[in-house]
Design a protein around this ligand. Structure first.
Ligand SMILES: [Cu+2]
Length: 124
């Protein structure tokens, strides 16, 4: 039938475009998952002047790693000095600590004190 041939001609290029879009989205999603995942490496991404995720729950003894995805330097400083403070992280630089005793740890960026985050440490 003419109609279906016509439809197929239109549908094919559209399909290719949407497949391309889908794979781009999937790739973006995977990237986010890899860095935002809670386990086994607890990663906190610093992007657009924010800690992502802003609150992370980990178990005592687990490692927590921040990675700076901004062009600006950022630091990680415990409000109550519960862990060593980081140096100023350059783009793509990481900082890792090991979660200590169970409790709630708040931290901020000393360069941009409005940037804050929370670590909730649970019993292993
Ligand atoms: Cu900062």
């Amino acid at each position: 039938m003419i109609t279906s041939t016509f439809k197929n001609r239109i549908a094919a290029p559209l399909c290719v475009i949407s497949l391309l879009n889908l794979s781009l989205f999937a790739f973006g999603g995977e990237m986010k998952d890899a860095s935002g995942s809670l386990a086994p490496g607890n990663k906190i991404e610093i992007k657009d002047f924010a800690f992502n995720p802003p609150t992370i729950t980990v178990k005592s003894g687990e490692q927590i790693t921040w990675i700076n995805r901004d062009e600006e330097p950022h630091t990680i400083v415990s409000v109550e000095k519960q862990f060593k403070k980081s140096t100023a992280l350059d783009t793509d630089q990481e900082f890792t600590i090991t979660a200590g005793a169970p409790g709630t740890y708040t931290y901020y960026c000393s360069v941009h004190p409005k940037m804050t985050g929370t670590i909730v440490v649970e019993k292993p």
